[in-house]
Design a binder for this molecule. Sequence first.
Ligand code: 5GP
Length: 185
Amino acid sequence: MIDIVRQLKINPPPMQKKIDILISSAEIQKRVETLAAQIEKDYHGKELTVVGVLKGAFIFMADLVRHIQTPMTCDFLRVSSYEKDKSLGVVRMDFDLTQPITGKDVLLIEDIVDTGSTLTYLLKHMGTKNPSSLRVCSLLYKEMGSGIRDKIDYLGFTVPSRYVIGYGLDSEGVYRSLPYIGAFK
Ligand code: 5GP
């Protein structure tokens, strides 16, 4: 009992912050289905290697791949560039792919493209592994971000220049499980 009280004093529960819903769960699901149909059409007769960028893309990727009939393998890598909701400006590879992608048709799944540093880093990194093709699918693109919109082949939504959370995206590790995309009021 004393231990619980002590723990609560050290780690008080997070304050409930008010959130604006920017994109509802229904809108996301509709868009995911449209993107999946487009991807399936473009990769008809091929085999896909889908690569998710952790942690933010895990929910988007899980929903997207379940609407794609094209045969595929799935892999993940993890990079980080944010700390306490602020960009550090340097991209760090936390862990890389587990399977070679040489000669494969690779589709990279991102949660959000903001300044574009992460995507630029990943395209360069994965390009050195000589895939047969490399395309990008991002759930979100931040308006006023980077101007590398043209590197995204499949885009879910454009969002305003606010820190967004939900549907895989976090704020200091929390809020990933929200079914919608939101921003703090
Ligand atoms: P970039 O390198 O394009 O500036 O940022 C890409 C990465 O930063 C994303 O994959 C994501 O992890 C994080 N990020 C950028 N903007 C946001 C945001 O508004 N909300 C959250 N949760 N993460 C973001």
